[in-house]
Design a protein around this ligand. Structure first.
Ligand code: ZN
Length: 273
């Protein structure tokens, strides 16, 4: 059975030319059910206000993107990263978002093992604060092309190992994003492993096109590329995941287009999954 709009949420960055207020109004008018804010939205409006506006418009605030970026060269910088994650947790709580997406971090010149230690310790240092705020820290494994620059957690297997090494804490979960994980031969097995431990807390969708012309901002609309979205949507649901399908597309090409038409295209493509 195809998906319905009750399962659809959109990240505000997907329609980046719109303000957060415009996103709320347009998503709501289109019958979409959920919204994930990005922290840049709070540069112009408070998290409390945007969360309230979203709920008044009938949208569920699904998550906040994003925290993380724990690895750093010095202890002081690692502490600054933890402090920033505390602020992000507070913003998520203020917006009424039950989850904070983590892009865990990495930097050129440091070994992946060392970065993974910093990530483990950074998340461990945030758990109590997240628990008090009622916010889940959702580790998002990133595609290996970002292993040196954005995250040393690059597969669902690593995300599962990380959650397990933190004791499967209820305030730590995994955001499985198809853009980062579609290539993985053990993906369905690892989705099932995450769900069994209660760690599969978010599911992000878009598509992968070849050639990818920009490593960050050339994601595609569902159906434009090679990702087997129906298969993966079925896999997360079969594993017991009942949360939103969150559309998260960074695309210079789509951002240049008419955003109303784009929103219609997102809905049409989502319904086919
Ligand atoms: Zn994502």
């Amino acid at each position: 059975m195809n998906n319905t709009l009750e399962q659809l949420a959109i990240h505000t960055i997907t329609t980046r030319p719109w303000s957060a207020e415009e996103c709320i109004a347009k998503y709501s008018a289109a019958g979409i059910s959920g919204i994930t804010f990005w922290r840049y939205n709070f540069e112009t409006s408070s998290p409390e206000s945007l969360g309230r506006q979203a709920r008044e418009a009938g949208l569920e605030v699904v998550s906040l993107a994003r925290g993380g970026f724990f690895p750093a060269e010095t202890r002081l910088k690692r502490q600054e990263a933890i402090d920033d994650n505390f602020r992000a947790i507070d913003e998520a709580r203020a917006a009424g978002a039950p989850s904070l997406v983590l892009v865990c971090g990495a930097f050129s010149g440091q070994s992946l093992d060392e970065s993974r230690r910093h990530i483990h310790d950074g998340i461990a240092a945030c758990i109590e604060h997240a628990q008090q705020a009622g916010v889940i820290l959702a580790v998002e494994p990133l595609h290996p092309m970002y292993a040196e620059s954005r995250s040393a957690i690059n597969s669902m297997q690593q995300a599962n190992q990380l959650c397990e090494s933190l004791g499967n804490h209820p305030n730590v979960g995994i955001a499985c994003d198809v853009y980062h994980t579609w290539w993985d031969p053990s993906l369905e097995e690892e989705i099932s492993r995450a769900a069994k431990s209660g760690n599969l807390t978010a599911f992000h969708i878009c598509d992968w096109v070849t050639p990818t012309t920009d490593l960050l901002n050339d994601r595609a609309l569902m159906g434009e590329g090679c990702i087997e979205l129906k298969k993966l949507s079925t896999a997360v649901k079969a594993a017991g995941f009942s949360g939103y399908h969150e559309v998260e597309i960074f695309s210079n090409r789509w951002w240049k287009s008419d955003q109303d038409n784009y929103l219609s295209a997102i809905i049409a493509s989502f319904k086919k999954i």
